[in-house]
Design a protein around this ligand. Structure first.
Ligand code: NAD
Length: 501
């Protein structure tokens, strides 16, 4: 596979010379480098070439960013809802105006095919800001008729609740869909009146920095959004444990989620966690296979499998198991791998060498344990971090490849004979993020969507997202929900007021 270095839009060239020089910390409205002067390289995963340097923020930078967010809180939380809505809408408009250059930058940094950012993820980010612009103007408490009856004679009791912003939010996001996952944190937090310190993933910080510029241009006051880049174990850990952060909104792996939870306990920060998954795709005997086969293939191979809700465990009825495996394997073999900026590319690289080694290691490990690798699972290309899409069969439920999140283009396929058996197999996981069920039976669709323990169940589709739909997991897939009006609750406290009048 020969990969050309892309020629970039002039907007991105000037962005890279401005911000990818180790000066991309946004603190109190100013852009600067880390106090230590340390930087980290950021690479194009399709070529392995360096795109630029991001700042490696340390404790002193984190402290300044948190203090900036604290300083901006009182003013921001008391802006009128319509003013917050106006700014959120202006941010959406600016992202929309820059959609082509943002998609290009995301592809360069993360590796995904251009169409994924251009037509799915960045429109999704825009919708987050528009949806929460509306929600900013719909925050409400309740009046409550209490039974308190010991007020002084002639007086009356009035009791009601109000919603208040939780305060300074640390938003920590992963590398698989950087811009839209960032929007899923920032939009509801800003709508609620919170101020933010954002920590993008070290491998994919660039679109967050460009978004920061656009948000300042949209009129967001200094200090309301601060951005700190750097390694998780240093920058992320310092932010998560900072005593003046009120809430952590985290998306990432279940293992890091545990570390974040630990860091939060020092001052009982509020925590929401969007964590890993090992989601089942189930094809029932009455499914329309013309829809189901490409559907389950896309559920795992989209974005090279680097999707938290990827359908990574396939359960197909034994009567057509071989046909389904054959169909998905042909689909995988037909995918054109290449640089995400090449319009012919259907699957890009995985994000880093570390991730490519991890994904290929899972497949090699399964082969050693006796599984059959029907296709794929090899590293490919010369300098980039490509892994060929894999289908693995003859697995046992206790194998690592069945139990652990691979977070790459690897599908494990298992046959089943009856519905109770497949529900038990689907639920036999530490995770509970999502599931896909393929069936033409209305009653089977209802029964399975109720029986499967997951935050989302898709029927005859997969990975349907919308800003209006809550998304999140049960079991070790997390706490709380992003998106939907439920996400606003993550950033609001209740206050009860009792008045004698
Ligand atoms: P990760 O947990 O390694 O990193 C996520 C973020 O946390 C990064 O910004 C990282 O720098 C930071 N971090 C790392 N160590 C930290 C620490 N000790 N303290 C604070 N921050 C720290 O995850 P990843 O590899 O970047 O992303 C892949 C994972 O994200 C997968 O498990 C995937 O399922 C999950 N994910 C979940 C959702 C969801 O909505 N549930 C969405 C996307 C991705």
């Amino acid at each position: 596979m020969a990969i050309e270095s892309p020629s970039l839009h002039s907007d991105n060239l000037s962005f890279l010379s401005r911000r990818a020089t180790g000066t991309g910390l946004l603190i109190n409205g100013d852009w600067r480098g880390a106090a230590s002067g340390r930087t980290l390289p950021t690479l194009d995963p399709a070529t392995g070439r360096e795109i630029g340097q991001i700042a490696a923020a340390g404790p002193a930078d984190i402290d300044q960013a948190v203090q900036a967010a604290r300083g901006a809180l009182d003013t921001w939380r008391h802006t009128t809802p319509v003013e917050r809505a106006r700014i959120l809408w202006a941010i959406a408009d600016l992202i929309e105006r820059h959609i082509d250059v943002l998609a290009e930058l995301e592809t360069l940094d993360q590796g995904k095919p251009l169409f994924v950012g251009r037509w799915a993820e960045i429109p999704g980010a825009i919708n987050q800001f528009r949806f929460f612009a509306g929600q900013a103007m719909a925050i409400e408490g309740n009046t409550i008729e209490s039974s308190i009856n010991y007020q002084p004679a002639g007086k009356q009791m009035r009791t009601w609740t109000v919603r208040e912003p939780v305060g300074v939010v640390a938003a920590i996001v992963p590398w698989n869909s950087p811009l839209v996952l960032t929007a899923m944190k920032l939009a509801p937090a800003l709508a609620a009146g919170c101020t933010i310190v954002l920590k993008p993933a070290e491998d994919t910080s660039l679109t967050a920095l460009r978004l920061g510029e656009l948000m300042m241009e949209a009129g967001l006051p200094a200090g309301v959004l601060n951005i700190v880049t750097g390694l998780g174990a240093e920058t992320g850990a310092a932010l998560a444990s900072h005593p003046d952060v009120d809430k952590i909104a985290f998306t990432g792996s279940t293992a890091t989620g545990r570390a974040v939870l630990d860091a939060a306990k020092t001052n009982f920060k509020r925590v929401t966690l969007e964590l890993g998954g090992k989601s089942p795709s189930i094809i029932l005997p009455d499914a329309d296979l013309d829809l189901a086969i490409p559907g389950v293939a896309n559920a795992i191979f989209f974005n090279a499998g680097q999707v938290c809700i990827a359908g990574s465990r396939l359960y197909a009825h034994r009567s057509f198991f071989d046909k389904v495996v054959e169909g998905v394997a042909r689909y995988a073999e037909g995918l054109q791998l290449g640089h995400g900026l090449d319009p012919a590319t259907q699957m890009g690289p995985v994000v880093s060498r570390k991730q490519a080694d991890r994904v290929a290691g899972f497949v090699a490990g399964a082969r050693k344990e006796g599984a059959t690798v029907v296709t794929g699972g090899d590293q490919a290309g010369e300098a980039g971090t490509f892994v060929t899409p894999a289908v693995v069969t003859n697995v046992r439920p206790d194998m690592e490849i069945v139990r652990e999140e691979v977070f790459g283009p690897v599908l494990v396929a298992q046959p089943f004979d009856d519905v109770d058996e497949v529900v038990a197999a689907a639920n036999d996981s530490q995770y509970g993020l999502a599931a896909g069920v393929w069936t033409e039976s209305l009653s089977a669709a209802h029964r399975l969507s109720s029986a499967i323990r997951a935050g989302t169940v898709w029927i005859n589709c997969h990975a349907m997202y919308d800003a209006s739909l809550p998304i999140g997991g049960v079991k070790q897939s997390g706490w709380g929900r992003d998106s939907g009006k439920q996400a606003l609750d993550n950033y609001l406290e209740w206050k009860t007021i009792c008045a004698v009048v």
